[in-house]
Design a protein around this ligand. Structure first.
Ligand code: AMP
Length: 475
């Protein structure tokens, strides 16, 4: 009786062990190996983080295209490229962007690192570029210093169409000059960069005053909103006392309706700010850049003074529709250099464009990217001896300046020829056993489908000659 009970317990124990996959107690089937049983539970594979985006190969042509256009216009306007790190000290943004802004209060990816330092992934690039300007003594260079950068920034906000937690910006900054023509020059650069990539854009502009005139305006705003406070959204209720100017750019419908009758900053500007704003507008008129005066453009960051602007894409549909989402925004930030440790107050101005949104607008407007041929020549090989010699031949063709492709792991000729045809190459080289023995190679002109045998030693110069002829005919 006791033995049968014991056996029953043993059986139950073994079943439980198996169910829980605890097979360390069970003898491995092969000597020296414990065989791990696949878990019955479904394992969720790692997934993309919320608000992040993979940029797949087929998307890259947009990125290459807009970055190339940005580089070209930057050179014309005399900007130099700078890279700053993605990680910065959190205090940099608390100081510059401001502790009562959405970015600093809610959106920073910040953490304490292994050394106990407070670190964050940059939520924007202007503060980093100004930090670099100060740290590298760029004040000693000829002023103004014109810098631009392209890279990822991070904001932990609520993801939706065109709003990500990691996104890319181009950031253009002019540091060391307070004249209004600089504001207009930056605006002109952004306006024409959009034109260069095939986007129609609409510029909205405002002045947010300066520490002399803005406090007075903030009081006027609070006065206006005091009786209306109960109808504001929760965010705006907080902004009312902390950052009243931000009440103007709330996207909530009820708050937006109240903006129409609110006092406007342009009516409260001090003498200097007014003169500056008028000059910026005069420069824009002279440069024939259309704009809309928009009191709602206040920008969400503390460092802005005077000029503030945003660009919106215009749909190319018959009745031109302006989108709600800004594709670029910027303004003047004269006090920032000093705020971040610079010796003196220095004029500065800049803007940042959101590349994901720009590409989205390009797609919505069917902007066509000019196709660039991926390759001129495809090298198809057949048989082991040809494959062995192909790597060297590939390099010879590449170092001669030809765009060349191959698929060395494939052995089927029809498969390789199919790839060559899809790529739209001008010439396909066919290299087989016989050609290796004869020291030749078969050259197929893809447009006429004619083939000829060429001495292997002459193939690089032969292809080069023919490519040069083709390029000349295409001019
Ligand atoms: P901001 O300085 O916040 O106005 O950002 C400059 C530009 O970056 C905006 O005009 C947008 O085009 C883009 N941008 C801002 N936030 C996001 C986001 N969360 N996702 C994608 N693009 C963004």
């Amino acid at each position: 009786m006791q033995i049968s009970r014991l056996l029953l317990f043993l059986q139950i124990f073994i079943i439980l062990m198996k169910v829980n996959n605890l097979n360390f107690f069970i003898m491995p089937r092969k000597k020296g190996l414990s065989v791990a049983k696949p878990s019955a539970r479904k394992i969720t594979p790692p997934q993309l983080l919320k608000g992040m985006k993979d940029i797949l190969p087929e998307e890259q042509k947009y990125w290459d295209f807009i970055k190339e256009k940005a580089k070209k216009i930057a050179e014309t306007y005399g900007f130099e490229y700078i890279d700053t790190p993605i990680l910065e000290s959190t205090s940099l943004f608390i100081r510059s962007v401001g502790k009562n802004t959405d970015i600093v209060e809610k959106e920073m990816f910040s953490f304490v690192d292994q050394g106990g330092d407070n670190i964050c992934a940059r939520p924007e690039m202007t503060a980093s570029i100004v930090r670099a300007y100060n740290e590298h003594g760029m004040i000693n260079r000829p002023q103004p210093v014109k810098l631009y950068s392209i890279g990822p920034v991070f904001r932990h906000n609520k993801p939706q169409a065109g709003r990500y937690r990691q996104f890319n910006q181009w950031s253009f900054e002019v540091i060391g000059d307070n004249s209004p023509v600089i504001d207009a020059e930056l605006i002109s650069l952004q306006y024409h960069l959009f034109k260069d990539i095939g986007l129609d854009s609409s510029l909205h502009i405002n002045s947010v005053g300066c520490p002399v005139c803005r406090p007075q305006y903030s009081l006027q705003l609070q006065e206006y909103y005091r009786t209306r406070k109960k109808n504001l959204c929760d965010n705006c209720k907080r902004r009312f006392s902390k950052n009243p100017i931000r009440l103007l750019d709330c996207k909530e419908k009820a708050c937006g309706e109240m903006v129409a009758d609110a006092p406007q900053m342009v009516d409260c500007l001090c003498e200097d700010c007014r003169a500056h704003f008028v000059k910026v507008l005069e420069h824009l008129d002279a440069a024939e850049i259309p704009y809309t005066l928009d009191p709602k453009i206040v920008r969400g960051l503390d460092y802005y003074v005077r000029t503030a602007f945003e660009f919106f894409p215009i749909s190319n549909a018959q009745e031109k529709i302006e989108s709600q989402s800004a594709i670029s925004g910027g303004g003047r930030y004269d006090g920032l250099v000093q705020l971040l440790g610079g010796r003196e107050e220095i004029g500065a101005c800049g803007f940042a464009g959101g590349l994901e949104r720009i590409i989205l607008a390009m797609k919505e407007n069917n902007v066509q990217i000019p196709e660039t041929a991926t390759a001129d020549v495809f090298l198809a090989q057949l048989g082991e001896s040809a494959r062995k010699k192909s790597l060297k031949l590939l390099e010879d063709l590449r170092t001669a300046g030809l765009k060349v492709r191959a698929n060395l792991s494939k052995s089927s000729l029809s498969n390789q020829l199919g790839t060559a045809a899809k790529m739209g190459v001008k010439f396909t080289l066919i290299y087989g056993q016989k050609e290796v023995i004869d020291n030749t190679i078969l050259m197929r002109d893809m447009s006429s489908s004619s083939q000829e045998i060429v001495d292997i030693k002459k193939i690089v110069s032969e292809i080069n000659k023919r490519m040069a002829r083709l390029n000349k005919d295409n001019v």
